[in-house]
Design a binder for this molecule. Structure first.
Ligand SMILES: Cc1ncc(COP(=O)(O)O)c(C=O)c1O
Length: 363
């Protein structure tokens, strides 16, 4: 093939594109999408109403500064609006942070089973991903620190982590931060923060308040049930916000998303109901699946990792579940080919998926 055409940067071609959760299987009588950690409760009716109302304004550009949404976030969380930035999903913000702080030759550090957006963002910035091994599916702070060099400009840590569900104790997060160079940015990705019930957990705002080199990333995609709108936010020192703001698209968050996000923040009861539903069904699923003889590591998110005897069994389970109408997430891309990830669904989905798993194991 002729090379006489524009060539993408080699770093771009080194990226493994993100593989999203598969849709609910076609053909089966009733289908359940349990592959993307979405909220089974869906969004607040107030957010849906705001989304519908926004239809009357679609000829207008959104507010490029997202002032109303940032004001709502600031009020809800007790934060300074000048330390906030919103994005087209927290994915966009992860990419923008990498682009703003990583140059070719720099290193971006993350964990063995860290969220797969991180290597994409690091490579897209032309930098080198460095992976710290985990211990028992948990980030190992010593292993992370051992890989920090003078080239390490950004460290990404999801807490709780996706896909393992693991929660790094707050003391370990603090220890990691305390030993990082002042010139290294620690990005605490708290996409699942709303679900965490662990005493002492702190999503990141306190560290941001105290230190210049910390970012907290949050999303409306999980507990707020607004994944389809693509809305995330970061909280960081104004110099970080300023840098990221320089390279974002001028209208990176669309008008219905801004309206729905602000309305969702005004409905704490709905958020509480989503969290309560998860608090009821996550342990139920963990217990039932463990009782089937499968290993289920403790999860602090809205999903569970299920470990099968080996990769071939996980693959057969995935196929059997798909045929029965259930989409789960295969974990080969994360180096966990013997696992599947199951998102917590509504009661019907949870009961049905356990029955389908039982049937697969007894076949
Ligand atoms: C740890 C983690 N961070 C970020 C995201 C991205 O969320 P968003 O939908 O806001 O882009 C996800 C989504 O799965 C996630 O699991």
């Amino acid at each position: 093939m002729s090379q006489a055409r524009p060539q993408p940067r080699p770093q771009v071609l080194a990226i493994d594109a993100y593989v999203p959760g598969k849709p609910a299987p076609a053909g089966a009588r009733k289908t359940y999408k349990l592959s993307s950690n979405e909220s089974p409760l869906g969004p607040s009716p107030k957010a849906v109403a705001a989304f519908r109302d926004a239809a009357a304004s679609l000829a207008l550009y959104p507010d490029g500064g997202a002032y109303a949404l940032k004001a709502a976030l600031a009020e809800r969380h007790g934060l300074d609006p000048d330390w906030l930035m919103v994005g087209n999903g927290s994915d966009e913000l992860i990419g923008l942070i990498a682009s703003a702080f990583l140059a070719p030759g720099d290193e971006g550090l993350y964990n063995q089973y860290g969220f797969l957006s991180y290597p994409i963002a690091i490579r897209a910035a032309g930098a080198t991903p460095v992976i710290a091994p985990e211990r028992d599916l948990l980030a190992d702070v010593d292993a992370m620190l051992a890989r920090v060099t003078e080239k390490t400009r950004v460290v990404f840590l999801a807490n709780p982590n996706n896909p393992t569900g693991a929660l790094l104790p707050q003391s370990e997060v603090t220890r990691l931060h305390a030993r990082l160079p002042a010139t290294t940015l620690l990005v605490l990705d708290a996409a699942y923060a709303e679900y965490v019930a662990e005493p002492g957990y702190e999503a990141g705002a306190e560290l941001v308040a105290k230190h210049e080199n910390v970012v907290m990333a949050r999303t409306f995609s999980k507990a707020y049930g607004l994944a389809g709108l693509r809305l995330g936010w970061i909280y960081a020192r104004p110099y970080v916000i300023d840098a990221v703001n320089r390279i974002r698209g001028p209208f990176n968050v669309n008008l219905p998303a801004q309206a729905a996000g602000a309305a969702a923040l005004a409905d704490p009861d709905h958020l509480a109901a989503a969290v309560a539903l998860n608090a009821r069904w996550l342990p139920w699923l963990a217990r039932e699946i463990a009782a089937l003889g499968l290993e289920v590591p403790p999860s602090h998110g809205n999903f569970l990792l299920i470990r099968f005897a080996d990769a071939a069994t996980a693959k057969r389970a995935d196929a059997a579940l798909t045929a029965a109408g259930f989409a789960l997430r295969s974990m080969g891309g994360y180096g966990l080919p013997d696992c599947l990830r199951l998102s917590v669904g509504d009661e019907e989905a949870n009961v049905a998926v356990v029955a389908a798993l039982r049937q697969f194991l007894s076949a």
